[in-house]
Design a protein around this ligand. Structure first.
Ligand code: FES
Length: 246
């Protein structure tokens, strides 16, 4: 059985940082938009999940954790995406959250604001009047506005389906290019392996694998250049086609 460390092209004794770095590199290489294929993309994701689940090189086939066999395809999970970022499951439910969908909104109204506007105007993410200021500022619709997110759409998908070009790169939860800051409302990032607890506590979420869990949501998108997120960002190239303010 193929070792997940081989798939990620690292030594079996690699530490957590090395695993994370290798995953970010390999998920990019494997992405269909970057010369890979859906099969290879899923293979890399599966390898990472196996390591995260406690795979031990000398004990192949008996991983700790979720009980999945070593050769089983990965459980896509509730927020899983195919390599193009399309939903393969219900997005937005994080580990430990209730499985009952009855509390989830049929659709969510998202009020969005581009982080570059904050930068330009000297506004802060913690400003309690941030969205009121934005509403009064006669901003371009690309920078400020509202749209509805339908069930099954990630936030990023919803933005794209409504004609917006928000930043992204891997579409697989392996970078911070698609990061948004949730200012009001609920949205979890299922299967988060990238964001620190502190970032999550400050409302940072990955829009490519997250969906609103409240009927109303206020988000600042394009926060990828925040100091802690910058180092998780993937290089801008053709893989990252979207620059909202270009
Ligand atoms: S685009 Fe990389 S995590 Fe969303």
């Amino acid at each position: 059985m193929e070792s997940p460390f081989d798939v990620l092209r690292i030594d079996p004794d690699a530490d957590d940082d090395e695993v994370d770095r290798a995953y970010r590199r390999r998920v990019l290489e494997a992405h269909p938009d970057h010369g890979g294929s859906p099969r290879e993309f899923q293979r890399v994701r599966a390898a990472y999940e196996r390591i995260e689940a406690g795979y031990e090189p000398d004990d192949a086939g008996s991983e700790r954790g979720n009980g999945a066999g070593a050769g089983d395809p990965p459980d896509p999970g509730p927020g899983a995406r195919d390599p193009a970022g399309r939903s393969t499951g219900r997005a937005g439910r994080g580990p430990g959250e209730a499985s009952d969908d009855s509390d989830e909104p049929d659709e969510s109204r998202v009020e969005y604001l581009n982080y570059e506007v904050l930068d330009d105007r000297g506004w802060g993410l913690g400003d309690p009047d941030l969205f009121e200021k934005a509403s009064d500022a006669d901003l371009d619709p690309a920078d400020y506005g509202m749209f509805l997110v339908e069930p099954g759409e990630s936030l990023l998908e919803a933005a794209e389906n409504r004609g917006f070009a928000w930043p992204y790169a891997c579409r697989g939860g392996a970078c911070a290019n698609c990061a948004v800051a949730v200012v009001e409302g609920e949205m979890e990032t299922p299967g988060n392996h990238i964001l620190s607890e502190e970032m999550v506590a400050h409302g940072i979420r990955l829009s490519c694998i997250s969906a609103p869990q409240s009927a109303e949501l206020k988000v600042v998108y394009n926060v990828k250049h925040l100091p802690d997120l910058d180092e998780l960002r993937l290089p801008a190239d053709r893989f990252e086609r979207a620059q909202a303010t270009d």
